[in-house]
Every structure is written in C-alpha cells, then in structure tokens.
Design a protein around this ligand. Structure first.
Ligand SMILES: CC(C)(COP(=O)(O)OP(=O)(O)OC[C@H]1O[C@@H](n2cnc3c(N)ncnc32)[C@H](O)[C@@H]1OP(=O)(O)O)[C@@H](O)C(=O)NCCC(=O)NCCS
Length: 382
C-alpha cells in the first residue's frame, strides 16, 4: 500500500538519494546530489523532502527549500521546488501530481506565497506555474569588455575569509533570494552551483573586495572552463565586476563571457545595453507559481502603493473556483493562474497577457504596479 505524502524518514534516505541521483545524474557513483546541493537534499532539509513510499521503497519525491524572496524591501516567503522524481516503474499514475497538489495546500496553510520551480512542464502548469520574468543574457567578447577595463581592479579566486563580504554584497541587492550566510559556505565547499562545478571569484580594488562572481569551472583542472566563462551569479559594484571579468579573460585566455543580468538591474543595464552586445531575453526562473494570491497582494502592498499611489491600497486579490482575481472597488479582473503569474511577474510589454484589458482604476493600478521583478536564482538553483 502507498504511504504518504509525508517527509522522508531517516531509514528511507539512502533509497531517496538513489532515486534522485539515478534520475538526475545518471548514476549513484561519485558526488551525489546531496553533496552538490546540501541545503536542498542534505539530511537537515529532510522535513521538506516529501515522498510517497511503497513497502519501504521511495517511489515519488518532491523537494522544497524554504527561502524568502526580497523585492525592494518587501519579503515574500517562497519554496524552491526541485529534484521532483517518480520511480520509472510508477510513472504516469498521478503520483507526482498528488504530491504537488498536497504540498501546495500545505504550504499555503504554512504561509508560503510563491514557488520557484526548477522545471517547466504540464505537471507544474497544473498548479498554475509559468516561466515568467526577464533576464537579459549577454555573450561578451574580451574586446567588448575592454571598455570596462580598469588597472586598479584585479580578480582572484575567493577564499573562505571572503564569504562574509560576498554574503554582504549579495544582501545589498534590492531583489534577491534572502539566503542565510551558510548557503554561501555550502556552495563554496560543494564547489558546485546551478548545474556545473563552480567557484567563487572576487574583484579587488585597493585590497578591498568590491564585487564577486560565481563561474563554472572544469571539474578536472578546477579552473574556469576553456574558452568560455559562464557567470552563474554576480553581485557588488557593477563597474568593478565588468573590469574583473575583463581581467579574468586576460588571465585565463577566455574568448567570451556569458553573463545574465536582471531586467531590473539598472546599474548593469546602463553599462551594457545599447552597445550592440547581442543580448537575449531569458525567463528568470524555469517556472513560477503563485501559492496564495490574497496574501501575496497584501504583502506586496507597500510596493504597489509606492508604484501606483494611494489608490493601490484598495487592491485586493483572491481565488474563487480555482480562478484567481484582482479587484479594486467595483473593478474586477479574473483569469487563469498562469495568466495571473504573467500579469504580476511577467516581462513588461512582451508578457502582457493577451486579451486582458483591465479598465478603470484597477487597470491604472495594474499598469503602474506590475510586473514586479523577481530574483535570479543564481547559486540557489537546484
Ligand atoms: C516528471 C515526473 C516526476 C512525473 O512523475 P509522475 O509521477 O509520472 O507524474 P504524474 O503521473 O503525476 O503525471 C505524469 C503524466 O501522467 C498522466 N497521469 C496523471 N495521472 C494519471 C493517471 N491516474 N492515470 C494515467 N495517467 C495519469 C498525466 O497526464 C501526466 O502527464 P502530463 O504531466 O504530461 O500532463 C517523472 O516522469 C520523472 O521522474 N521524470 C524524470 C525526472 C524529471 O524529469 N523530473 C522533473 C524535473 S522538471
């Protein structure tokens, strides 16, 4: 008989890791996901690793890391959902759907407002997830970066003693995943971020660390991958960051740098856009689902009032018969969960959901207040 959904038990942990590792890294030898993503799949997050079990065997799993998303002073409790897997013999029977439906209701009761989901498939679309938001991806040749070179800015691999400064620089980002400092140490020691082996580097000016970046490295040599420098996350002074990336190209003989910049990161965009640097638009996270619209709107209120004025105080959200709605006074807009995610976190103009033309004061509020920026996952991606 199928047991669960419930958090994985200590005795079932090795079986869970075998299931996850076989699905995502193809074997169970070498470094497993529990070592690459210890904050997500380590034993201390066990109570957030939800399973269905048959005869002591874990047959389906959904993992969640709970973090807060900071958006310009407002804090939104969120779940980072990843390592979703069902044993191949049990697929197509609705097990993952059952876990996710159960978790959505439970996390709603616990006060989570958003899911950032690693993946974009029908399984997640059933709870209203959609790839939303916008990052601009730049592929920069050393010749383009030369513009930002500065003789006083140098680059070097980060040392454990730099991690506090790195965490502080990240904490100054107005839109971010609010991480405990220990997350930086875990990623540093795991030597892995997003989907590759990775290392922290810092930009130094007059012996002071003013910016940092995390870049993919080759597993064997431990240095940046030949030819291309893939920046997974960066923070701190944008001018010093770009100067450090230029210095890195020279030191490591890079032919190009891959760098993603959030659409709300005006400091970076002021430096990079309009220079024909070949930017591409990519979504912020694989997909994003709103767990509780009513609470989300309440939490966002200070931001909405700042953007749209006192009229936004009357804005309220909710869900009726699985259809989310927004209303202000007598004006009301009702739509699907997916479209609502686009409306609130989508890309300005491009993502404006087709067919939605809110009028009256509601229309004015929505146009002024949305979309809101979302944090790049960076090293928190699993
Ligand atoms: C993706 C994955 C987790 C889905 O797990 P699952 O338990 O098979 O998921 P479900 O059974 O709930 O849903 C799978 C399909 O079965 C169908 N299904 C659901 N309930 C069903 C039922 N009772 N009878 C028949 N089919 C059913 C659904 O239509 C669904 O198709 P859709 O998602 O394309 O709409 C699983 O295929 C897997 O482990 N893949 C490898 C790892 C992976 O890719 N993980 C996701 C990373 S984003």
């Amino acid at each position: 008989m199928l047991e669960g959904p419930r958090p994985v038990r200590p005795s079932e942990f090795p079986g869970l890791l075998r299931l996850v590792n076989r699905a995502f890294i193809g074997n169970t030898k070498g470094k497993g996901m529990e070592l690459l993503y210890p904050w997500h799949l380590g034993r201390e997050n066990r109570h957030n690793l939800w399973v269905l079990v048959e005869d002591g065997r874990v047959v389906s799993h959904v993992g969640v890391t709970k973090r807060t998303i900071a958006i310009r002073g407002v804090r939104i409790p969120a779940g980072l959902m990843s390592a979703v897997v069902t044993d191949p013999e049990y697929r197509g029977k609705g097990l993952a759907t059952r876990l996710i439906d159960f978790l959505r209701a439970r996390h709603d009761r616990e006060g989570l407002d958003l899911y950032l989901i690693s993946g974009n498939r029908d399984l997640y679309r059933r709870i209203g997830a959609a790839p939303v938001g916008c990052r601009l991806h730049f592929t920069l040749a050393p010749t383009s970066l030369k513009l930002f070179a500065h003789p006083e800015v140098s680059v070097r691999p980060a040392r454990p003693g730099d991690l506090k400064t790195i965490a502080r620089l990240y904490a100054e980002e107005p839109v971010r995943i609010a991480r405990p400092d220990v997350d930086f140490r875990r990623v540093y020691h795991a030597g892995w971020a997003a989907l590759s082996a990775a290392r922290f580097y810092v930009a130094e000016t007059e012996s002071r660390v003013t910016a940092y970046f995390v870049a993919g490295v080759s597993r064997k040599a431990g240095g940046p991958v030949d030819g291309r420098l893939n920046v997974i996350e960066a923070g701190g002074s944008r001018t010093d960051l770009l100067a450090a990336l230029h210095a890195a190209c020279g030191l490591w003989h890079k032919r190009r740098v891959e760098l993603s910049v959030s659409a709300h990161d005006r400091a970076s965009l002021a430096l990079l856009t309009g220079r024909h640097l070949g930017e591409r638009r990519v979504p912020v996270y694989d997909s994003v689902a709103i767990v509780n619209l009513e609470r989300l709107v309440r939490r966002l209120k200070p931001l909405l009032v700042r953007a749209a004025g006192p009229a936004a105080r009357r804005l309220a959200g909710g869900e009726h018969n699985l259809r989310p709605f927004l209303e202000a006074g007598r004006d009301r807009l009702e739509t699907s969960r997916e479209t609502m995610a686009h409306l609130i976190f989508g890309e300005p103009h491009r993502d404006r959901p087709a067919g939605l033309h809110p009028t009256g004061s509601l229309g004015t509020i929505l146009r002024k207040a949305f979309p809101l920026p979302l944090a790049n996952p960076g090293i928190s991606y699993v």
